[in-house]
Design a protein around this ligand. Sequence first.
Ligand code: GUN
Ligand code: ZN
Length: 433
Amino acid sequence: MLTAHRASILHFLADPEKVLPDESYQYFEDGILLVEDGKVHTLGHSEDLLADLDASVEIHHHQNCLLLPGFVDTHIHYPQTEMIAAYGEQLLEWLEKYTFPTEAQFGDKDYAGDIAERFLDELLRAGTTTALVFGTVHEASVDAFFEACEKRNLRMIAGKVMMDRNAPDYLTDTPESSYIESKALIEKWHKRGRLQYAVTPRFAPTSSDEQLQRAGQLMEEYPDVYLHTHLSENPDEIAWVSKLFPDSVNYLDTYDTAGLLGRRSIFAHCIHLSDEEWSRMAETRSGIAFCPTSNLFLGSGLFPLGRAVKQDINVGLGTDVGGGTSFSLLQTLNEAYKVLRSRGEQLSPFKGFYLATLGGAKTLDLTQYIGNFEHGKEADFVVLDKACTPLMEFRMSKCKSLFEELFVFSMLGDDRAIRQTWSAGVRVHDREQ
Ligand code: GUN
Ligand code: ZN
């Protein structure tokens, strides 16, 4: 069963900073994406493909829209949906005052399921089709999340928080219980359909050395699961880590000695890394989630993207909701641009949209499944509306190039720009419905 989508279509084949920018993407001003059984069949120009299409093929004509691969959010907390936009604190106080009390509710699986549904609604409204997601310390929080994802057939990665100290009693596990529960969740969910598991110690301050070792044991026993945590977000946090781990040479070392670094390890933030930490991240092929709305909101600092590029480290975009202030990767690109301008760095719209799609997929080691429209990949895509608001329509009418249009989408766009979202060839969000 073939379905056709007609629109302006853009996707990336490589990082625009690694090849000539024009060779990093393909753009079809009047393009067709042919989808078969949830997978990409063909991508091409309408004039080449339309004539040969069987009359029985349904054609969705997305007028005045730009069709892109679904966005990839490389760091987000689903239980924090209800506490997005909590006033006035930096990281450690924000965790104590808002985050921990909120997360306490997720031992109740029905409650967790309701929030998971609302969270997925928001993700899809934002055009995000894949995310790397924190649960809470409760096993039930992850069951509830994966059940909600499975019903919608979404490609998602998530895990149970491991946290055995420096948090309220009602939110802590133990090295042993966190190991046993994580293992059970891996056995149940990892690679079930489109779902994958991430071993998820919250961050070094809330895990004992013994618990980090247990996380490492899981990584050894299940070499293809992910590792997902926070690293070097805030100066007070970093100072605390050096007190809690006097034998570690730096923050990253607390994870390194437990065997937690590698190609499928994703560290959120990485704002204040030392030269040694940058080198070790590169050596181990570990990935970074750049979370600009969160970093600005919590006053954490300005991520040096250029440094990561120089070290050839994979970077994706993260919203980090609820530390982040929007589910939208368009809004995230807006703030990423400003963070980098404040550092004297640039973020071209091509690099920005690469990060939101193929770059995110690469950081999550998912390019065999998603990230662009190569034949056989899963048909996850988003339809952006060039006339979603009067100002957007007016500004777009003045654009003379794709470069300008992309930049305008990233500066003015948010959930209103997401006309539709499709996952595995099925429409999972329609702004008009
Ligand atoms: N570090 C440890 N936990 C968290 C969290 O929930 N959000 C953010 N932004 N940083 C953290
Ligand atoms: Zn986070």
